[in-house]
Design a protein around this ligand. Structure first.
Ligand code: IMP
Length: 439
């Protein structure tokens, strides 16, 4: 398959689970490198191999394309045990990636005491009604320890003699907080387990920044795969109900060490409705049978934790904010078919604040979100199913009217429309940059 010459980022525009994996899977054969740059095993995407579904959390989605070289950047936090399980599941199905995988030696490791702290903190917060609803995978504490300069990086695993010394300061702090009774493997046991888990991967650890800079110099195309999404971004999302990394565009540069000019195009991904897992504001949420219907039709249960996702209408203010934050060139709208058969389809075009005034501005404080109500524009539903449509000209007029309004209100052109889970179910909009890639 012919390659492209431009580097592309695929980024989520809502609260995650938009279907980025499907796009990365479709686009990967055109790229030499597929790169993860932030997040950890809080992310989850399913890939289908020989009719069997595998959930991947940390291995980049290009895994199934043997010609793709996979890079895990410095901005990622890795759970090595989970990574091993993913690799062995892939191997069982004949997919071996360790000869085409590079893990940044600067990527941080999620340690057992990070997970213990995450779970402990959420349990305490639940009692006072302030839990974030994290995935419980130790993501926040791993990033916290990184910022506190008590993290352990993949490169440290090349120096077994100093590992215990690197782990102990963070471990001791967590012990102090959780108390002596807390169940956590000792530093020695942690070291032993890490060394065992990393053994088959030692040859995959190296200078990912340098590899990617060389790829840029040689004109080898790179596909950057975002995890989570802008509304979960630690700076630009619904703080404090966010994850602990920069899931929006800035994280790509810090999480790889590449300069901004290394990136040429940005594809933003949003579902035709909105979902969110965990706590926090969600103005468009439908706490009624309609929300339940969307959840069932869209199979909206978490890939990582199995939790039911909160469902609501497409929220234009958050998606427009995400398009602006990331400088999105084209919009991929996913799962339109989930809305098939509804009498009416809603679009949250703006919010009404506590005084009844219309606004499209996103508040910066959780307390200010609480006052907002959705301003919903209702569109006539469509009775002809959109499932499986591959040419946008065949869409029912009502569905196209809804999509046109959606694109207008987020001020970003439609580039792709997904009409079903299968890789063949979707339309590429002509005249967009995706046409040369997927058309
Ligand atoms: P953490 O990333 O586990 O710390 O969780 C923080 C918040 O981000 C919680 O609301 C999670 O449900 C949410 N979150 C983290 N990863 C994902 C994801 O991949 N999809 C959707 N929500 C996520």
């Amino acid at each position: 398959m012919s390659r492209v010459s431009e580097n592309l980022a695929v980024l989520g525009l809502q609260w995650g689970d938009e279907g980025k994996g499907k796009l990365v899977d479709l686009l990967a054969p055109k790229y030499r490198h597929v790169v993860r740059f932030q997040g950890g095993n809080n992310a989850g995407h399913t890939v289908v191999v020989d009719g069997q579904t595998i959930a991947l959390h940390q291995v980049p989605s290009g895994a199934l394309h043997p010609e793709c070289f996979l890079v895990v950047g410095s901005g990622v936090v890795l759970n090595l045990d989970v990574f091993q399980v993913e690799l062995s599941r892939l191997r069982e199905r004949g997919v071996n990636v360790t000869d085409r995988l590079l893990i940044s030696d600067k990527a941080h490791i999620i340690l057992p005491h990070h997970i213990a702290l995450d779970v402990w903190r959420e349990e305490r917060a639940t009692k006072v009604g302030s839990k974030i609803g994290t995935t419980g995978r130790g993501i926040g504490p791993a990033y916290e320890m990184k910022a506190a300069r008590m993290g352990v990086r993949m490169g440290d695993l090349r120096h077994p003699g100093v590992l215990a010394e690197r782990i102990r300061p963070g471990y001791d702090e967590v012990r102090l907080r959780l108390g002596e009774g807390a169940e956590m493997p000792s530093v020695e046991a942690t070291v032993e387990n890490l060394l065992k888990a990393v053994e088959p991967l030692l040859h995959c650890i190296g200078n990912a920044q340098s590899r990617l800079l060389q790829a840029c110099a040689k004109g080898e195309p790179i596909l950057f795969e975002g995890a989570q999404a802008t509304m979960l971004d630690i700076d630009h999302g619904t703080y404090p109900y966010v994850t602990s990394s920069n899931c929006s565009l800035g994280g790509l540069f810090t999480g790889t060490g590449l300069p901004p000019k290394a990136l040429h195009r940005i594809l933003g991904v949003a579902k035709a409705y909105t979902t969110r897992v965990g706590s926090g504001p969600m103005v468009s949420e439908l706490l009624n049978p309609l929300g339940d219907r969307i959840r069932e039709a869209g199979h909206e249960y978490g890939t990582t934790t199995g939790r039911p996702r909160r469902c609501g209408w497409f929220d234009a203010p958050i998606t427009a904010h995400a398009c602006r934050t990331n400088g999105v060139d084209g919009l991929a709208v996913m799962k339109l078919d989930v809305l098939d058969g509804l009498d009416e389809v809603g679009l949250v075009v703006a919010y009404r604040d506590g005084r009844g005034a219309l606004t499209s501005e996103l508040p910066s404080c959780a307390a200010e979100w609480a006052d907002l109500k959705p301003e919903i524009k209702l569109f006539k539903g469509w009775s002809t199913p959109t499932r499986g449509i591959t040419d946008h000209r065949q869409l029912p007029a009502e569905a196209q009217a809804f999509l046109d309004a959606l694109a207008e209100v987020v001020e970003t052109p439609l580039a792709f429309l997904s009409t079903g889970p299968d890789r063949t179910e979707g339309c590429v909009y002509p005249g967009t940059f995706l046409e040369s890639l997927l058309g």
